[in-house]
Design a protein. Structure first.
Ligand SMILES: [Zn+2]
Length: 276
């Protein structure tokens, strides 16, 4: 019944600031979590109560918002592509090679049509990223076991949009992901700016018709991530609300402080022996 940290990263790069994690520090965050007995699970696993970490260990959810190149950057080498070892996916993969329980299990809250390099991890040459690499990146994430999460079409302030606009924002992101990974349904949504639409029910279920193709795109969301609020309750706690999952932004020493606090209070979720 303890609490579970749902961590939130934005930019991964050289800089260290409120919205940017230095890539070496990100690598150290993974080491720290591992050393302190945490193992990653996805939001899917959290809301479906499939917390499969070994007895005595604790789950952590690691989310990445806004689909910037620093999270997943390719480097072209002749005819082949290499994942930049300084991008989050490169760091994660290297860590997973040494710690197999880290394979997959990140949660990437993506924007499909944002500008300034935030459309599926960069396009149009931003940070060397080609537009044609966007879909292969999504396919690679899914193949590796990561979860894709809907962060809307271009990070709209949903509180200022019409009902039709809200549904278009969510549905078009879903359509774009389906184009890259046929059949993939995003079931988790990260609220842009933490702002709810006036009609909250539009986040969980809705549809939008593509005027050009007349195709109707439906979506169905059953987990909503907020931008702040501290660690999450256990999904076994009756007060756990999957449509209001709080998160903790990682910057400065916030992660160390959080882990220390959970241990001091004895409030962290620790997996018990598995029932057989
Ligand atoms: Zn965002």
């Amino acid at each position: 019944m303890g609490v579970i940290p749902v961590l939130e990263y934005h930019l991964i790069g050289e800089r260290e600031s409120r919205w940017s994690r230095n890539w070496e520090r990100f690598a150290r965050d993974l080491e720290l979590l591992h050393a302190r007995g945490y193992r990653p699970i996805t939001v899917r696993q959290l809301v479906e109560r499939r917390i499969d970490v070994a007895p005595g260990l604790s789950p952590v959810v690691i989310t990445f918002d806004d689909a910037s190149p620093g999270q997943f950057r390719y480097i072209a080498e002749g005819d082949s592509l290499r994942v930049d070892p300084r991008s989050a996916v490169g760091i994660w993969s290297a860590f997973a090679a040494r710690n197999p329980e880290w394979k997959g299990r990140g949660v990437f809250c993506v924007l499909s049509g944002a500008d300034s390099g935030h459309a599926f991890f960069g396009d149009k040459g931003i940070q060397g990223q080609r537009t044609a690499w966007r879909f292969p990146k999504l396919r690679r994430l899914v193949a590796d076991g990561h979860e894709l999460c809907n962060h809307t079409l271009w990070h709209a302030n949903l509180g200022r949009m019409s009902a039709a606009g809200v549904q278009e924002q969510v549905a078009r992101a879903q359509l774009a992901v389906d184009s890259a990974v046929p059949g993939y349904q995003m079931r988790t949504l990260a609220l842009p700016l933490g702002i709810w639409p006036q009609d909250r029910s539009l986040l969980t279920r809705g549809s939008w018709v593509d005027a050009r193709t007349k195709r109707e795109v439906r979506y169905s969301i059953d987990a909503v991530l907020m931008v702040a609020g501290g660690p999450s309750r256990s999904p076994h706690d009756s007060a756990f609300d999957p449509l209001k999952i709080p998160r903790v932004q990682v910057f400065g020493d916030e992660l160390e402080k959080l882990l220390d606090q959970l241990d001091r209070r004895g409030s962290r979720y620790v997996a018990g022996p598995r029932a057989r």
